[in-house]
Design a protein around this ligand. Sequence first.
Ligand code: GUN
Length: 289
Amino acid sequence: MTRAQLIDGKVIALELRKKIREETAALIKQHDVKPGLAVVLVGEDPASSVYVRNKGIATKKAGMESFTHQLPADTSERDLLQLVAQLNQDASVHGILVQLPLPKQIDTDKVLQAIDPDKDVDGFHPINAGRLMTGQPGHVPCTPKGCVMLAKSVLPDLTGLEAVVVGRSNIVGKPVAQLLLNENCTVTIAHSRTKDLASVIQRADLLIAAVGLPEFIRGDWIKPGACIIDVGINRIDLEDSKTRLVGDVAFNEAVAVAGSITPVPGGVGPMTIAMLLVNTLDAAKRQIR
Ligand code: GUN
């Protein structure tokens, strides 16, 4: 039985991070500007804490300045907005990322809209979403950018492909659909309420799975030879209180049908941090006057 080609996000992300490190060194040498990324974490959600720590480590490894702001879980919206305003004004901070989700006393949209769009390295500000939709330069969300780079590592030209995106979040589904449209794909956005999802997915030459449901997409839904980018990171419980990470696609089934597929972990995950560094470097370059 043939097996799909594995798309190794760890290797591709490491290569990209090496390039970023070199470009960062060049920026420091030529312009005396050290890119700075501020990451704000409110509360102590364990998964968010790990992400934030990893972002800080990766930033420093790239030769950039890392500023981490850890605030207590009961931080008021006013105090968080005040910190964002201060970071907007700080010339040593080129990128600002407020880790989501935020505690319920804080209006997430209000906070995201308070970030200077030019420092919005997450690309979540409505101005950046609008720029992406209308083809103007701006910051593009990291995970969608990573998905497209992984797809292009096996399919350099995506023109004319049937792309199906499963999931419609502002963080992944909607922006990745827009990026694939820019790559000349015919794009369908499906979701958990799509009627006969299996037959929609069956059309996909390129499938982006971002529904957040463990092994939801089964092998017999997949078009033979398709490229599968699995954004899902779902922790499932096993016996003996052990856990395992699985994607949104049933990997063991899909690998026998697809042409290429990302593993979970080690696929999309490592690309997100690499793209955050790309966006931070880009922000620093654009802020040079
Ligand atoms: N939480 C989960 N993914 C993300 C992300 O890409 N950016 C931020 N800020 N928070 C997240």
